[in-house]
Ligand binder design. Sequence first.
Ligand code: RB5
Length: 148
Amino acid sequence: MQKETIFIASDHAGYALKQCICDHLSTQGRKVEDLGTHSEESCDYPVFAHKLCAKVLENDRQGILICGTGTGMSMAANRHPGIRAALCTHEFQAKFARAHNNANVLCLAGRISSPTLACAISDLFLEQEFEDGRHSRRVELIEIQKVD
Ligand code: RB5
């Protein structure tokens, strides 16, 4: 079991699911650093997305972001060069977000995915290795290239 710290954050709409994921990962013996939010009081998802992305980049770790749909979190996270955030509502997406896209941030939808499904998605995301090979070139091409 990987013991590296996993960063996690949510807005109010993802708060309940964040608590479930934190409990689930902690039970597995994983180290989880919860960057908030810490209640269901209304808050702004980009604040938490930016906070988590800074930690992921600084520490070269993986992160999990949760809002109501996962959409706002993924939009904000993907503004950071070096962050590859994948919104996953199905286990298949989580597996290939890692295997083919080398995603370093998983975005979950607190108002769509059940805790059971979200935990299964998180497990696949954290366990799956990047396949490298031809996928490395494609992942490098994701970063915006200067166009002459
Ligand atoms: C909050 O109501 C909701 O807009 C937010 O959680 C998220 O779904 C945005 O993308």
